[in-house]
Design a protein around this ligand. Sequence first.
Ligand code: SF4
Length: 216
Amino acid sequence: MFTSTEIADDLLNAESFGEEEYPLMEDFYTIQGEGAHTGKAAYFIRTAGCDVNCWWCDVKESWDEDAHPRVAVEEIVRRARESGAPMAVITGGEPLLHDLDPLTYRLREAGLSVHIETSGSSPLSGYLDWITLSPKRFKEPVEEIFPYVDELKVVVLRQKDIEWAEKNADKCPDDTTLLLQPEWDTPSSMELIVDYVKKNPKWGISLQTHKFLGVR
Ligand code: SF4
Protein backbone atom coordinates (compact mmCIF):
# COMPACT_ATOMS: atom_id res chain seq x y z
CA MET A 1 0.00 0.00 0.00
CA PHE A 2 1.20 3.51 -0.75
CA THR A 3 0.96 6.10 2.03
CA SER A 4 2.02 9.60 1.25
CA THR A 5 3.30 10.80 4.63
CA GLU A 6 5.04 9.49 7.74
CA ILE A 7 2.73 7.25 9.79
CA ALA A 8 3.13 9.32 12.96
CA ASP A 9 2.10 12.48 11.13
CA ASP A 10 -0.85 10.68 9.60
CA LEU A 11 -2.17 9.54 12.94
CA LEU A 12 -1.93 13.08 14.29
CA ASN A 13 -3.71 14.52 11.28
CA ALA A 14 -6.27 11.79 10.79
CA GLU A 15 -8.64 13.06 13.47
CA SER A 16 -9.51 16.05 11.33
CA PHE A 17 -10.01 14.03 8.13
CA GLY A 18 -13.65 14.24 7.05
CA GLU A 19 -14.19 17.98 6.93
CA GLU A 20 -12.29 18.41 3.65
CA GLU A 21 -14.20 18.82 0.41
CA TYR A 22 -13.43 17.63 -3.10
CA PRO A 23 -14.81 18.89 -6.41
CA LEU A 24 -16.91 15.92 -7.47
CA MET A 25 -18.22 15.28 -10.97
CA GLU A 26 -20.03 12.05 -10.07
CA ASP A 27 -19.96 9.02 -7.82
CA PHE A 28 -21.83 5.78 -8.42
CA TYR A 29 -21.82 2.05 -7.74
CA THR A 30 -20.98 -0.01 -10.80
CA ILE A 31 -18.71 -2.70 -12.22
CA GLN A 32 -15.04 -1.94 -12.87
CA GLY A 33 -14.92 -2.24 -16.64
CA GLU A 34 -11.19 -1.95 -17.33
CA GLY A 35 -7.84 -3.29 -16.30
CA ALA A 36 -6.69 -5.94 -13.85
CA HIS A 37 -9.85 -5.73 -11.70
CA THR A 38 -12.32 -5.94 -14.58
CA GLY A 39 -15.67 -7.35 -13.58
CA LYS A 40 -15.48 -6.48 -9.89
CA ALA A 41 -18.09 -4.39 -8.12
CA ALA A 42 -16.72 -0.94 -7.30
CA TYR A 43 -17.84 2.47 -6.08
CA PHE A 44 -16.52 5.03 -8.57
CA ILE A 45 -15.57 8.48 -7.31
CA ARG A 46 -14.83 10.85 -10.17
CA THR A 47 -13.14 14.01 -8.96
CA ALA A 48 -13.31 17.12 -11.14
CA GLY A 49 -10.34 18.97 -12.54
CA CYS A 50 -7.77 17.87 -15.12
CA ASP A 51 -4.81 19.69 -16.65
CA VAL A 52 -3.60 16.95 -18.99
CA ASN A 53 -5.76 17.82 -22.04
CA CYS A 54 -5.87 14.54 -23.97
CA TRP A 55 -7.62 15.43 -27.23
CA TRP A 56 -9.45 12.07 -27.30
CA CYS A 57 -10.63 12.33 -23.66
CA ASP A 58 -14.17 10.95 -23.19
CA VAL A 59 -14.81 12.86 -19.94
CA LYS A 60 -13.96 16.40 -21.00
CA GLU A 61 -16.78 17.67 -18.82
CA SER A 62 -14.61 16.72 -15.85
CA TRP A 63 -11.85 19.18 -16.74
CA ASP A 64 -13.31 22.33 -15.20
CA GLU A 65 -13.14 21.93 -11.44
CA ASP A 66 -15.36 24.96 -10.86
CA ALA A 67 -18.20 23.46 -12.88
CA HIS A 68 -18.84 20.84 -10.22
CA PRO A 69 -19.97 20.94 -6.59
CA ARG A 70 -17.58 20.49 -3.72
CA VAL A 71 -18.63 17.56 -1.54
CA ALA A 72 -17.38 16.74 1.96
CA VAL A 73 -15.32 13.62 2.56
CA GLU A 74 -17.82 12.47 5.13
CA GLU A 75 -20.64 12.56 2.57
CA ILE A 76 -18.67 10.79 -0.17
CA VAL A 77 -17.62 8.05 2.25
CA ARG A 78 -21.17 7.66 3.57
CA ARG A 79 -22.47 7.06 0.04
CA ALA A 80 -19.67 4.62 -0.77
CA ARG A 81 -20.19 2.67 2.45
CA GLU A 82 -23.97 2.51 2.05
CA SER A 83 -23.59 1.18 -1.52
CA GLY A 84 -22.11 -2.03 -0.12
CA ALA A 85 -19.15 -1.87 -2.51
CA PRO A 86 -16.00 -3.68 -1.36
CA MET A 87 -13.75 -1.28 -3.21
CA ALA A 88 -13.60 2.35 -4.22
CA VAL A 89 -12.03 3.51 -7.47
CA ILE A 90 -10.95 7.13 -7.45
CA THR A 91 -10.70 8.50 -10.95
CA GLY A 92 -11.16 11.75 -12.81
CA GLY A 93 -10.39 14.08 -14.23
CA GLU A 94 -6.99 13.80 -12.67
CA PRO A 95 -7.53 12.81 -9.03
CA LEU A 96 -3.96 13.60 -7.96
CA LEU A 97 -4.60 17.30 -8.49
CA HIS A 98 -6.10 16.94 -5.00
CA ASP A 99 -4.55 15.77 -1.73
CA LEU A 100 -6.15 12.35 -1.41
CA ASP A 101 -5.01 11.65 2.17
CA PRO A 102 -8.31 12.58 3.87
CA LEU A 103 -10.63 10.84 1.41
CA THR A 104 -8.61 7.64 1.14
CA TYR A 105 -8.00 7.44 4.89
CA ARG A 106 -11.72 7.59 5.57
CA LEU A 107 -12.60 5.15 2.80
CA ARG A 108 -10.18 2.60 4.22
CA GLU A 109 -11.51 3.24 7.70
CA ALA A 110 -14.99 2.45 6.34
CA GLY A 111 -13.69 -0.93 5.17
CA LEU A 112 -13.24 -0.31 1.44
CA SER A 113 -10.06 -1.10 -0.43
CA VAL A 114 -8.97 1.99 -2.30
CA HIS A 115 -7.86 2.04 -5.93
CA ILE A 116 -6.82 5.00 -8.03
CA GLU A 117 -6.62 5.55 -11.78
CA THR A 118 -4.27 8.37 -12.60
CA SER A 119 -2.07 9.84 -15.29
CA GLY A 120 0.52 10.30 -12.55
CA SER A 121 1.18 13.86 -13.67
CA SER A 122 0.76 15.41 -10.20
CA PRO A 123 2.35 14.43 -6.86
CA LEU A 124 1.21 11.14 -5.38
CA SER A 125 -0.94 11.24 -2.23
CA GLY A 126 -3.34 8.96 -0.39
CA TYR A 127 -3.66 5.61 1.36
CA LEU A 128 -3.87 3.42 -1.69
CA ASP A 129 -4.25 -0.34 -2.09
CA TRP A 130 -3.93 -0.33 -5.87
CA ILE A 131 -2.39 2.24 -8.21
CA THR A 132 -3.25 2.13 -11.90
CA LEU A 133 -0.99 4.43 -13.87
CA SER A 134 -2.34 5.50 -17.25
CA PRO A 135 0.43 7.80 -18.46
CA LYS A 136 -0.24 10.46 -21.07
CA ARG A 137 2.36 12.02 -23.35
CA PHE A 138 0.57 15.37 -23.06
CA LYS A 139 1.79 15.67 -19.44
CA GLU A 140 4.24 13.00 -18.33
CA PRO A 141 4.08 11.21 -14.97
CA VAL A 142 6.21 12.45 -12.08
CA GLU A 143 9.13 10.10 -11.44
CA GLU A 144 8.16 9.46 -7.81
CA ILE A 145 5.08 7.43 -8.76
CA PHE A 146 6.83 4.62 -10.62
CA PRO A 147 8.00 2.48 -7.65
CA TYR A 148 4.38 2.21 -6.47
CA VAL A 149 2.64 1.31 -9.71
CA ASP A 150 0.59 -1.92 -9.47
CA GLU A 151 -0.86 -1.71 -12.97
CA LEU A 152 0.33 0.17 -16.04
CA LYS A 153 -2.52 0.70 -18.49
CA VAL A 154 -1.70 2.57 -21.67
CA VAL A 155 -4.31 3.77 -24.15
CA VAL A 156 -3.14 2.97 -27.70
CA LEU A 157 -4.19 4.73 -30.88
CA ARG A 158 -1.08 4.13 -32.99
CA GLN A 159 2.43 2.63 -32.97
CA LYS A 160 4.09 5.50 -31.12
CA ASP A 161 1.76 4.86 -28.16
CA ILE A 162 3.27 1.39 -27.82
CA GLU A 163 6.74 2.94 -27.72
CA TRP A 164 5.43 5.27 -25.01
CA ALA A 165 4.05 2.25 -23.13
CA GLU A 166 7.42 0.48 -23.20
CA LYS A 167 9.22 3.62 -22.00
CA ASN A 168 6.94 3.75 -18.96
CA ALA A 169 7.09 0.00 -18.35
CA ASP A 170 10.88 0.25 -18.02
CA LYS A 171 10.38 2.45 -14.94
CA CYS A 172 7.81 0.24 -13.18
CA PRO A 173 8.51 -2.62 -10.73
CA ASP A 174 8.98 -6.07 -12.28
CA ASP A 175 5.67 -7.36 -10.91
CA THR A 176 3.56 -4.54 -12.38
CA THR A 177 0.60 -5.74 -14.45
CA LEU A 178 1.17 -4.39 -17.98
CA LEU A 179 -1.88 -3.66 -20.12
CA LEU A 180 -2.51 -2.04 -23.48
CA GLN A 181 -5.97 -0.65 -24.09
CA PRO A 182 -7.36 0.22 -27.53
CA GLU A 183 -8.87 3.67 -27.88
CA TRP A 184 -12.62 3.06 -28.20
CA ASP A 185 -13.12 5.17 -31.36
CA THR A 186 -9.98 3.93 -33.15
CA PRO A 187 -10.74 0.35 -34.36
CA SER A 188 -7.31 -0.01 -36.03
CA SER A 189 -5.71 0.14 -32.58
CA MET A 190 -7.13 -3.30 -31.78
CA GLU A 191 -5.23 -5.08 -34.56
CA LEU A 192 -2.07 -3.24 -33.57
CA ILE A 193 -2.40 -4.35 -29.97
CA VAL A 194 -3.26 -7.97 -30.74
CA ASP A 195 -0.16 -8.34 -32.90
CA TYR A 196 2.03 -6.64 -30.34
CA VAL A 197 0.83 -8.68 -27.36
CA LYS A 198 1.32 -11.96 -29.24
CA LYS A 199 4.94 -10.99 -29.88
CA ASN A 200 5.44 -9.42 -26.42
CA PRO A 201 3.44 -11.54 -23.97
CA LYS A 202 4.55 -9.62 -20.89
CA TRP A 203 1.71 -7.30 -21.97
CA GLY A 204 -2.00 -8.07 -21.79
CA ILE A 205 -5.04 -6.34 -23.27
CA SER A 206 -7.52 -4.20 -21.36
CA LEU A 207 -10.93 -3.65 -22.93
CA GLN A 208 -13.55 -1.12 -21.86
CA THR A 209 -16.02 -3.88 -21.03
CA HIS A 210 -18.41 -1.50 -19.28
CA LYS A 211 -19.21 -0.09 -22.72
CA PHE A 212 -20.20 -3.59 -23.90
CA LEU A 213 -22.17 -4.19 -20.71
CA GLY A 214 -23.97 -0.87 -21.06
CA VAL A 215 -23.02 0.31 -17.57
CA ARG A 216 -21.19 3.50 -16.60
S1 SF4 B 1 -5.90 12.52 -18.13
FE1 SF4 B 1 -7.86 11.43 -18.26
S2 SF4 B 1 -9.43 12.97 -17.69
FE2 SF4 B 1 -7.52 14.08 -18.14
S3 SF4 B 1 -7.70 14.66 -20.29
FE3 SF4 B 1 -6.56 12.72 -20.25
S4 SF4 B 1 -8.14 11.11 -20.46
FE4 SF4 B 1 -9.21 13.02 -19.90
